[in-house]
Design a protein around this ligand. Structure first.
Ligand SMILES: [Cu+2]
Length: 332
């Protein structure tokens, strides 16, 4: 600081001793703030369950648990960081016209070790929990040939083995999922029937063979929380366990051109009896072309009845199936 007579004074050292700053009262204050933050974070983690679609698969239970955990961790960090910022802005403000430097703090090894170690531990923790979750789901047959018996349907409780889990010999053949520009077709090899609506029996491991006839598509049912890319030229083994009856939406999660938005259909999860009944009933239906907006519009444009007004590759013909879903059917 320069005085007006021209001589200079050494500024008084303002380095603070951490031990003196952190007296018992302050430590208690900080601890109760951290406890409050912890309580809010746990509550927010519970709230996170409400932001998601219904939990219609055992995989959804695992994914939601992980999401809730990450929301809680994120909330704790967010409140901690933003709270410290706000505290500094409001209570540690420099006085008006005070342009002097802050205290020359040199560094603190203890503090630096702590703020390096804590995030490292946190990332290892999150990484481990994520890996365990994915491992428990074991949704990819050939890539991750894990035993399904390790999957939890209820958090904390070991899952009861379900038909289709243990012995691969009396399994029903996997449902063949054909994705195209732009339609979904599901073929049930054991019954030799096909449908543009996916039906699955409740509480049984559903196994799929995913294929694409043209470009990348993505098998995505938000209520099941699982998403799998379908790669042309590959057969992808995929499995999940529906645990809640209802109608859900299957969406294409890989953008695939003009009619991509119409490339969705319903998934019906029903009891074993209803499922068998449905399979039996549709076997009586003669195969016929399904509703398909992409192919219908394209054909009309080809005949000159309508003008599309946009470019598109030629859509695949509407699938010929025993059962076709109606776009008027509701879904959750
Ligand atoms: Cu696609």
């Amino acid at each position: 600081m320069n005085t007006n007579d021209g001589t200079s004074q050494t500024p008084e050292p303002r380095t603070r001793n951490l031990g003196r700053v952190l007296n018992r009262r302050r430590i208690l204050g900080l601890a109760s703030l951290a406890a409050g933050n912890f309580a809010i974070s746990v509550w927010m983690g519970q709230e996170a369950y409400k932001w998601l679609p219904p939990q219609a698969s055992s995989e959804a239970v695992l994914v939601d648990k992980l999401f809730s955990f990450m929301t809680a961790v994120g909330t704790f960090i967010f409140i901690g960081v933003v709270g410290t910022l706000l505290y500094s802005m409001i209570f540690q403000r420099a006085a008006k016209y005070d342009n002097s430097d802050g205290p020359p703090i040199e560094g603190n090894v203890k503090l630096e070790v702590i703020w390096t170690a804590v995030p490292i531990m946190l990332i290892i923790w999150i990484g481990t929990v994520s890996y365990k979750t994915y491992d428990q789901m074991s949704i990819l047959g050939t890539i991750a040939p894990k035993v399904m018996a390790t999957v939890d349907t209820v958090p904390g409780e070991p899952r009861k083995p379900v038909p289709g889990d243990i012995s691969p010999t009396d399994n029903p053949a996997p449902i063949e999922v054909h994705s195209r520009q732009w339609s979904w077709e599901f073929y049930y090899p054991d019954q030799n029937v096909s449908s543009t609506e996916l039906h699955l029996p409740l509480n049984q491991r559903a196994r799929f063979k995913l294929t694409s006839d043209d470009v990348l598509h993505g098998f995505y049912v938000p209520a099941f929380r699982v998403k799998q890319d379908i790669v042309p030229g590959k057969e992808i083994d995929f499995a999940l366990t529906p645990i809640r009856a209802g109608r859900y939406r299957l969406r294409d999660s890989e953008y695939s051109g003009t009619y991509f938005a119409s490339n969705q259909t319903n998934v019906v999860v029903e009891s074993e009896e209803e499922y068998q009944q449905w399979l039996g009933a549709i076997a009586q239906n003669p195969p016929q072309a399904a509703e398909n907006i992409a192919y219908e519009e394209f054909s009309q444009a080809e005949q000159g009845t309508i003008s599309l007004g946009w470019a598109t590759v030629k859509p695949a013909p509407a699938p010929i199936v025993n059962h076709t879903s109606s776009e008027k059917d509701p879904y959750e």
